[in-house]
Design a protein around this ligand. Structure first.
Ligand code: GLN
Length: 244
C-alpha cells in the first residue's frame, strides 16, 4: 500500500479526502510526490473505510482508484467523522486482488500498511508462531500487509494496548527483516494510531479535526511532516508523537 490517510473530526464527505483537495488521495495515486523505496504510481487497487456510528464499512477494489466510475458519486454523498483510505502499489510478487487492498478490517479496527516485510513469509514466521493457525488460514490475502494487519488485530482483540502491539510488531519484524518498511495506520473511529518506519507521513490538526496522510493533501502550512521512527496517536483534538 503505497499512500494512505486517516481522518477524525466532524463528518465530511469521503470526497473531502479522496477527490476534492489538489493532492487528494486519488491524485496521489497517479502523481505521488514522496515515494520512498521504489514504486512510481499506486494503480494496484484502493480501499476506503469509514465508520457509520460504531460500524466500520469498506469499499475496496483491485482497480486503480481513478478508474472506478461509481466512487465519485459514492464519495460525494457519503459522510463520516472517521475515515481511513489507501491506494496500493503492490510489492513485486504479491497478488493484485481486492482483498489485498487496505483497509483491512479486524474487529472494530481499520488497518493499513505502507511498506514491505522483507523476506515474507519466512521472515514473519517468528511472529506468526504466536498466532492461532485459524488466524493465518483466514488472512484476507496472502500478502505481508494482510499478515501484519492480522497480527495487530489479533492482539488488539485480546485487549492489548495498541501502542504495545505496534511496538512489538515493528521490533519483531525488524529483528528478522531489518530492511522492512512499516508505516502503519489504524483507526477504531475514536483515535488514529500511525507509525513512520521507512516512508513519509504528515499530520494536520485543526482543533476539532485531524488528518494523517502519507503526503499533504494541499499546501496548507498547518501540515507538519512526521520524522521517521515515530509512533503517532491522534484524536480529533489531540496529537501525541513518541519514539517508535
Ligand atoms: N507490501 C504491501 C503490498 O504489496 C504494500 C505495498 C506498498 O506499500 N507499496 O500490498
Amino acid at each position: 500500500m503505497c499512500r494512505h490517510l486517516a481522518y477524525l473530526g466532524p463528518p465530511v464527505p469521503l470526497a473531502a479526502v479522496l477527490f476534492d483537495p489538489p493532492h487528494a488521495l486519488a491524485h496521489q495515486a497517479w502523481a505521488p510526490r514522496d515515494m520512498r523505496g521504489g514504486g512510481t504510481i499506486n494503480a494496484d487497487g484502493f480501499g476506503v473505510g469509514w465508520f457509520a456510528g460504531d460500524q466500520p464499512i469498506r469499499y475496496r477494489s483491485a482497480m486503480p482508484i481513478w478508474s472506478d466510475a461509481a466512487l465519485p458519486g459514492l464519495a460525494a454523498t457519503t459522510a463520516s467523522g472517521a475515515i481511513l483510505a489507501a491506494v496500493r502499489s503492490a510489492t513485486v510478487g504479491m497478488p493484485v486482488v481486492e482483498t489485498a487492498a487496505a483497509p483491512f478490517l479486524d474487529g472494530s479496527w481499520l488497518l493499513s500498511h505502507n511498506g514491505v516485510v522483507r523476506g515474507f513469509p519466512a521472515s514473519f514466521a517468528g511472529l506468526a508462531a504466536e498466532l492461532p493457525v485459524e488466524e493465518l488460514l483466514t488472512l484476507e490475502a496472502p500478502t505481508d500487509s494482510a499478515a501484519v494487519a492480522r497480527y495487530i488485530g489479533h492482539w488488539l482483540r485480546a485487549g492489548k494496548p495498541a501502542e504495545e502491539v505496534i511496538a512489538t510488531l515493528v521490533a519483531g519484524v525488524r529483528g528478522t527483516a531489518p530492511d522492512s518498511r512499516l508505516n502503519l495506520l489504524l483507526t477504531d473511529g475514536d483515535r488514529i494510531v500511525a507509525t513512520t518506519a521507512g516512508h513519509s507521513l504528515a499530520v494536520r490538526a485543526t482543533g476539532d479535526a485531524v488528518l494523517v496522510a502519507s503526503e499533504p493533501l494541499d499546501d496548507d502550512p498547518a501540515w507538519t511532516p512526521v520524522p521517521d521512527n515515530r509512533l503517532l496517536i491522534a484524536t480529533p483534538t489531540d496529537v501525541t508523537l513518541g519514539e517508535l
